[in-house]
Design a binder for this molecule. Structure first.
Ligand code: NAP
Ligand code: G4F
Length: 324
C-alpha cells in the first residue's frame, strides 16, 4: 500500500522539492496550504494533479487535527514557518506563534490522531547563532541571535520533549542554509542571483546589500530534502546536522555570481545599512559527519555549481520577461 505523507509549508522552497522526492518514492502527498485571497502556488504548479492540497494554519489547532484525521498519514513533515530572519524583529510575536508554538500544535494534532505518525521538524543552524564551537554539530550548545532563532530553539526542544515524554518518533533536522532557484527573493543568495541577472540584462544598475562578511554553509535545497526523508526511515528517532562542511562569505557568493556573467562585482554592489541586522550570526559551518555515517547522506551540489545554477535560472527567467 502507498504511504501517505503530510507536508506543512508545501508552497515554500523545501516543500516543493520534498513533494517531488516523495512522489518519486511512491508516496501519496498531502500538502497543507493556508487560506489566501489569491492563490500563489508557483513552486508546486507543476505538481498539480499529483498532490492533494488541504487548507489549515499553524495558528489553528483544530484545522491541523482535521487534516491529519482525514489524510491518515504515516509521516508528517513540518516545514511551515515564518522563515525570514529580518521579519522576526519586526513581527516577533507572530514569528513565535508560527515558528515556535506552531510546532506544538502539529505535535498535539499527531498525539490526538495517531501517536505512531513519524514527525520531522525543520530545525535550523540559526539556533547556533553566536557559535560556541566550530564547526557546529548535534551537541553544540544553542545561542540564537534573532527572534526567529529563539523560536526555532523552542520548536527543536519541544520535538525532543515529545519524543522523550510520549515515545513519539519525532526528529529534527538541523539544516544549514540551503538555496535554489526556488528560494524567496528576499534571501541573500536569491537577491544576488536575481540582482546580477537584472544588471546583466540592463534592468538594474546596482545591487544593495547588508553585511558582506557574514559566512554561511550553503548547500542545494534539492539535496537537503533527501536527508529529511532519510531521517524518518531510520530505526531510531534521532536529530541530525545537515550541512556541506564548507563555509563562504556573502562577498564570495557575490563575486562568483558576477563572474558567471563576466562582470566585476565592485562597481555594482553598494552596502546599505538598511540591510544590516540588529544582531548578526557571523559564522556558520556544519559538521555533517553523523548524517554521512548514519544516513548515508552527502550533498551532491557544490557551492560553485549552486551559484551558477541560480544565476543562470534567473537570467533565463528574466530574459523571457524582457523578450515579451
Ligand atoms: P519558505 O520558502 O519560507 O516556506 C515557508 C512555508 O511555510 C510556506 O509554504 C508558507 O506558506 C508556510 N507557512 C508560513 N506560515 C504558515 C502558517 N501560519 N500556516 C501554514 N503555513 C505557513 O521556507 P523554506 O526555505 O522552504 O524552509 C522550510 C522550513 O525549513 C522552514 O521552517 C524554515 O524555517 C526551515 N529552514 C530553512 C532553511 C533554509 O536554508 N531554507 C534552513 C534551516 C531551516 P505561504 O506560501 O502561504 O507563505
Ligand atoms: O539569506 P539570509 O537572509 O539567510 P539567514 O538569515 O542565514 O537565514 C536562512 O538560513 C537559516 C539557516 O541558518 C534558516 F533557518 C532561515 O529560515 C533562512 O532560510 O542571510 C544570510 C546572510 C546574513 O548574515 C545576512 O546578514 O546574508 C547577510 N546579508 C547581507 N546582505 C543579507 C543581505 N541577507 C539578506 N536577506 N539581504 C541582504 O541584503
Amino acid at each position: 500500500m502507498k504511504k501517505t505523507a503530510v507536508i506543512t509549508g508545501i508552497t515554500g522552497q523545501d516543500g516543493s522539492y520534498l513533494a517531488e522526492l516523495l512522489l518519486e518514492q511512491g508516496y501519496r502527498v498531502v500538502g497543507v496550504t493556508r487560506r489566501t485571497s489569491t492563490q500563489v502556488n508557483e513552486r508546486i504548479n507543476h505538481l498539480e494533479g499529483r498532490i492533494e492540497l488541504v487548507s489549515a494554519d499553524l495558528l489553528d489547532q483544530s484545522s491541523l487535527t482535521t487534516v491529519l484525521r482525514d489524510a491518515q498519514p504515516s509521516e508528517v513533515y513540518n516545514l511551515a514557518a515564518q522563515s525570514f530572519v529580518p521579519a522576526s524583529w519586526s513581527q516577533p510575536v507572530l514569528t513565535g506563534e508560527f515558528t515556535a508554538l506552531g510546532v506544538t500544535r502539529v505535535l498535539e494534532a499527531i498525539r490526538a490522531v495517531d501517536p505512531a505518525i513519524r514527525f520531522y521538524q525543520a530545525s535550523s543552524s540559526e539556533m547556533f547563532g553566536k557559535v560556541a564551537e566550530v564547526p557546529q554539530r548535534e551537541t553544540t550548545p544553542f545561542y540564537p541571535r534573532s527572534p526567529y532563532g529563539v523560536a526555532k530553539v523552542y520548536g527543536h526542544w519541544i520535538t525532543v520533549n515529545y519524543r522523550e515524554s510520549f515515545g513519539m518518533f519525532a526528529v529534527s533536522g538541523i539544516l544549514f542554509n540551503h538555496e535554489s532557484e526556488r528560494r524567496g527573493l528576499e534571501f541573500v543568495t536569491r537577491k544576488i542571483s536575481d540582482g546580477v541577472a537584472r544588471i546583466k540584462l540592463g534592468l538594474a544598475k546596482e545591487l544593495r546589500l547588508g553585511n558582506l562578511d557574514a559566512q554561511r554553509d550553503w548547500g542545494f535545497a534539492g539535496d537537503y530534502v533527501r536527508a529529511m526523508w532519510l531521517m524518518l526511515q531510520q530505526a531510531q528517532p534521532q536529530d541530525y546536522v545537515v550541512a556541506t562542511g564548507r563555509t563562504h562569505a556573502v562577498r564570495d557568493f557575490v563575486r562568483l555570481a558576477f563572474e558567471t556573467v563576466d562582470l566585476p562585482w565592485e562597481p555594482y554592489v553598494a552596502v546599505d545599512p538598511k540591510f544590516v541586522r540588529p544582531a548578526e550570526v557571523d559564522l556558520l559551518i556544519g559538521d555533517p559527519s553523523k548524517a554521512r555515517s548514519k544516513l548515508g547522506w552527502q550533498p551532491e551540489t557544490s557551492f560553485e555549481q549552486l551559484v551558477e545554477r541560480m544565476v543562470r535560472a534567473d537570467l533565463e527567467r528574466l530574459s523571457r520577461v524582457v523578450s515579451v
